[in-house]
Design a protein around this ligand. Structure first.
Ligand code: ATP
Ligand code: MG
Length: 158
């Protein structure tokens, strides 16, 4: 773990670019909203790993012509990143298990969507390690919202 300035706006744009083929193929409408250039003191690789997993889930579990919104905002010394989709959603009873390694929630209803079930377990471990708040809200067939809350000053091992 290293400490460096991690520029969140450009990191979000990088992750969206990495997913551009899927965005085009599924005809997903992307909205990205940020009032400032936000940055935190953290580890670039760990933060991009979190965002890659969350944003690629939002796209992967979207319906065709779906919408994915990414909003960066500030609340005092906290920087929040909210990623929401209007995709297939997660059943209430699965929400508490969703970050367990290899757990996959929609695998029976949507066998065509492939994955290993590891992404969110990795996100959970990194957010614990860096003391980043991580919350998932979801409703089946309505969509999913993930909220990450970073501490602007220091988001490292301590
Ligand atoms: P991978 O390891 O390739 O990321 P995965 O996407 O199946 O595989 P996770 O990212 O850990 O695994 O997600 C776990 C499960 O949570 C998924 O299988 C899916 O059922 C559910 N899930 C995660 N994000 C969303 C989302 N945005 N919308 C609906 N379901 C989701
Ligand atoms: Mg995933």
């Amino acid at each position: 773990v290293v400490t460096e300035s991690v520029y969140l706006n450009s990191l979000v744009l990088d992750v969206l670019t990495l997913n551009s083929e899927k965005i085009t193929n599924q005809n997903i409408k992307i909205k990205f909203d940020a009032q400032e250039d936000y940055y935190i003191e953290s580890d670039h690789f760990l933060v991009i790993t979190i965002l890659r997993n969350i944003i690629s889930n939002a796209i992967k579990y979207s319906n065709k012509d779906g919408e994915v919104n990414v909003i960066l905002s500030r609340q005092n010394e906290k920087i929040n990143c909210k990623i929401s989709d209007n995709g297939i959603g997660i059943a209430k009873q699965d929400l508490e298990s969703i970050s367990n390694p290899f757990f996959r929630s929609n695998s029976t209803d949507h066998p065509e969507i492939k994955g290993t079930g590891l992404g969110l377990s990795i996100v959970k471990r990194i957010t614990e390690l860096l003391h980043i708040k991580f919350k998932i809200e979801s409703e089946i067939e309505v969509g999913t919202t993930v909220i990450l809350s970073f501490n602007e000053k220091m988001q490292t091992l301590s």
